[in-house]
Ligand binder design. Structure first.
Ligand SMILES: Nc1ncnc2c1ncn2[C@@H]1O[C@H](COP(=O)(O)OP(=O)(O)OP(=O)(O)O)[C@@H](O)[C@H]1O
Ligand SMILES: [Mg+2]
Length: 360
């Protein structure tokens, strides 16, 4: 059993988001209820190092983590990382309330094949008692989390190259939910009783997470993201991958870019988001309205993307600003951080694990 898949909080750790386009490192400290960015760095990854949330090249990732660490200038060597994708399974199961933790562990091992579609020796399993079952006083609800060992091992191998150790292994969707507390200043009624769609528009995946009262009630991933726009630019202007990536960020593209390339991408993106929202509505009987869309991920830095999505989705839309209420250390390069703010939500949720109580 892996202790830390849902495990408790600790002191001084860096949140490390190993995503498809880069490694993002963030360290937070807290005084009272005020947060402070201690350290930050983002290091690009070669194109095939991480694929569909799986590390394909641990050496390249380890190298990027090492560079990020030295650029961030932190001495912290404990990290919170996350697993994600198809090999991560979470489930609420019911267990007799009288079992001790040890007995529960034994029983889960025996029954694991009922819950997990992989051989038990190929997965790491962790569990946490959530509380009494609502309709049965004899059982408790238990959150079961499982992940293929391979995915965790590759992450640990990459961390080891950079001389980091993983103190917390979280699950990306939980990290995102945790990060949303840093967006409350932007939400109507600070998110209370509101239904909010957080849309993480990354390089290869766009993930829609719907929160109600700040708790996740629905998630859907689509294989669509900034990579499509980069490829459009390469095709349209005959640029290399590097050139297209740079031009996209710096905005020095020919005049017809906005109308002929970017506009199509944004229309496609809006359609993808709208489709996820429609899936949510058709899966739910309770919810008929989204109160706000919060845009995150690297594509949220496209100029006026909030206005454009708002026009298309007909829902009030903002760009995520997780650091707006935080102070920022000079070594964390506040100006650079502001430019990448919206793509650091997962890193924020992971960095937050330095303070929190055990999940749930
Ligand atoms: N200022 C910008 N303008 C346009 N696109 C940008 C800008 N900054 C970043 N991007 C794009 O955002 C994408 C990277 O976003 P992000 O860092 O959220 O992705 P990721 O987390 O690595 O990807 P994934 O979550 O899919 O694994 C890239 O496609 C990048 O080109
Ligand atoms: Mg991402």
């Amino acid at each position: 059993m892996l202790e830390s898949l849902l495990g408790g909080g600790t002191k001084a750790l860096v949140g490390l988001d190993i995503s498809s386009s880069s490694v993002k490192l963030l360290e937070l400290s807290r005084k009272g209820d005020k947060y402070h960015v201690e350290a930050y760095a983002c290091e690009p990854l070669p194109p095939a190092a991480v694929n569909e949330k799986q590390i394909a090249d641990p050496a390249a990732v380890g190298d990027a983590i090492q560079k990020a660490l030295s650029r961030a200038g932190t001495r912290t060597r404990a990290a919170a990382i996350a697993v994600a994708g198809a090999s991560v399974i979470t489930k609420i199961i019911q267990m007799p309330a009288t079992l001790s933790d040890g007995e529960m562990e034994e029983q889960i091992k025996v029954e694991a094949d009922q819950y997990i579609p992989y051989p038990i020796d190929e997965v790491n399993v962790d569990f946490q008692v959530v509380g009494p079952t609502e309709k049965d006083p004899n059982t408790v609800d238990v959150l079961l989390a499982a992940c293929r060992k391979e995915q965790i091992e590759q992450r640990l191998a990459a961390l080891e190259i950079a001389n980091l150790h993983a103190k917390v292994v979280d699950i990306e969707t939980y990290a995102l939910e945790n990060a949303c507390q840093f967006l409350r200043h932007q939400m109507p009624d600070r998110g209370e009783k509101k239904t909010i769609a957080v849309v993480d528009m990354g390089a290869s995946v766009t993930a829609v997470t719907i929160l109600h009262d700040l708790k996740t009630i629905y998630t859907r991933d689509q294989a669509f993201g900034g990579k499509q726009l980069t490829e459009d630019i390469m095709r349209h202007y005959g640029m290399s991958l590097d050139e297209a990536n740079k031009a996209k960020r710096q905005g020095n593209l020919p005049e017809n870019y906005e109308g002929e390339v970017l506009a199509h991408f944004l229309a496609d993106m809006a359609q993808q988001i709208d489709r996820s929202l429609q899936f949510f509505f058709s899966a739910s009987t309770q919810y008929t309205q989204i109160d706000q869309v919060v845009l995150a991920g690297g594509c949220a830095h496209i100029a006026n993307v909030d206005r454009i999505m708002q026009e298309r989705l007909k829902i009030p839309t903002v760009v995520a600003r997780p650091f707006a209420e935080m102070s920022i250390a000079a070594r964390a390069k506040p100006q650079q951080l502001a430019k990448e703010e919206a793509s650091l939500l997962i890193a924020c949720g992971l960095a937050f694990r330095a303070f929190d109580e055990p999940r749930v």
